[in-house]
Design a protein around this ligand. Sequence first.
Ligand SMILES: Cc1cc2nc3c(=O)[nH]c(=O)nc-3n(C[C@H](O)[C@H](O)[C@H](O)COP(=O)(O)O)c2cc1C
Length: 325
Amino acid sequence: MKTRITEMLNIEHPIIQGGMHYVGFAELAAAVSNSGGLGIITGLTQKTAPDLANEIARCRDMTDKPFGVNLTFLPSVEAPDYPAYVQTIINGGVKVVETAGRNPAQVLPYLKDAGITVIHKCTSVRHSLKAQEIGCDAVSVDGFECGGHPGEDDIPNMILLPRAADELEIPFVASGGMADGRSLVAALAMGAEGMNMGTRFMVTREAPIHERVKQAIVAATELDTRLVMRPLRNTERVLTNTAVERLLEKEKKLGADIAFEDIMEEVAGVYPKVMLEGDMDAGAWSCGMVAGLINDIPTCQELIDRIMEEADGLIRQRLEGMRAA
Ligand SMILES: Cc1cc2nc3c(=O)[nH]c(=O)nc-3n(C[C@H](O)[C@H](O)[C@H](O)COP(=O)(O)O)c2cc1C
């Protein structure tokens, strides 16, 4: 399939794997890129810039296809050394960066000067327009369904994507709730040039996370995610568990007086425990409503081939058949 995104990123299929903390290691990024999509290494999962350099080199050993690095700007306990990460990305010859969390204006000139394509992931039309205005090449429009941080506007993709299409000139991909060929065709119909998936790519054979995490997502339905940290305006969609229910109780009890310190136990340092050790109740970890559509653990190649085949069938048979009738 050829879209403005496949052309821009030099990839075969319009499918991107979004950055995911403690999931987006070189193994997954390389597997997605080798399957014709764009794999993305999560920059900040690497504790230091030299660690990221090493991860980029490992990914390059596993694929000769393009891959990207995610740089997330979110409130964190200790601010990362962003200039060092940016320099490492440039030195590593990475061609695509996915930015997220905050307007990337501070790092954009350095990335653009190095000839890097920048896709900014954001959750609203106004932030997408801002990204376009400051010179991002594309946006990833992340609807309310998404795993991770959906923002505070709560607009699902059925509305957000056509709104983005009406306003944007730069290409965009649909993100949040995407899982299969139906998602891709719907996203294209609403004006996107491809799709970005997070949760779906966690549940692949190559995702280097604990088997229990994959099984938990397979077992989950679309009813099993919760929104945490709303009172802190740092909303995160997570899979429910005992720690999440405890956190929500605290939010209810403390109301507007809640502070980050009150919920440290449920949100700080959780990812390595869940993703690497499979400690499923260690705390709150991101997961999308799309869990309800995930029932198996394919390889990335099987998943992407299946999506493209299903999309092709939908366009050629279902839609074309309806038109002809
Ligand atoms: C476990 C997990 C961790 C994530 N970590 C990050 C992150 O560090 N940075 C980021 O920009 N997005 C992160 N995301 C969001 C994804 O990149 C993507 O935008 C989102 O998962 C799309 O929604 P979906 O899960 O419905 O596909 C994360 C998502 C998940 C599920």
